[in-house]
Design a binder for this molecule. Structure first.
Ligand code: FES
Length: 83
């Protein structure tokens, strides 16, 4: 079991506008869960992802997801019925 990041330990619910985002994986960002380029000098890279329309998403905060940067339920927390 490899955790690339585990800053929150649970899904991070957030509503995002269309655009490209970068999920921090080094844990040094002051703007978690997003990258603020604090990873300089670390071997990790942020995970880029694009949102096409304004929507609520669940960003993985445990590092176990198989669908980064989104929570896929590997944390054991069900997102069913959360919209
Ligand atoms: S928070 Fe990581 S899989 Fe749910």
């Amino acid at each position: 079991m490899t955790r690339k990041y585990a800053d929150a330990g649970m899904p991070i619910e957030i509503t995002l506008d269309p655009g490209t985002y970068y999920r921090c994986t080094c844990g040094k960002s002051q703007n978690l869960p997003f990258c603020d380029e604090s990873h300089s000098g670390f071997e990790t890279s942020p995970i880029a992802f694009t949102i096409e329309k304004r929507q609520k998403v669940y960003i993985c905060g445990c590092g176990l997801t198989g669908d980064p940067p989104f929570c896929d339920g590997s944390c054991g927390i069900s997102l069913a019925g959360r919209g």
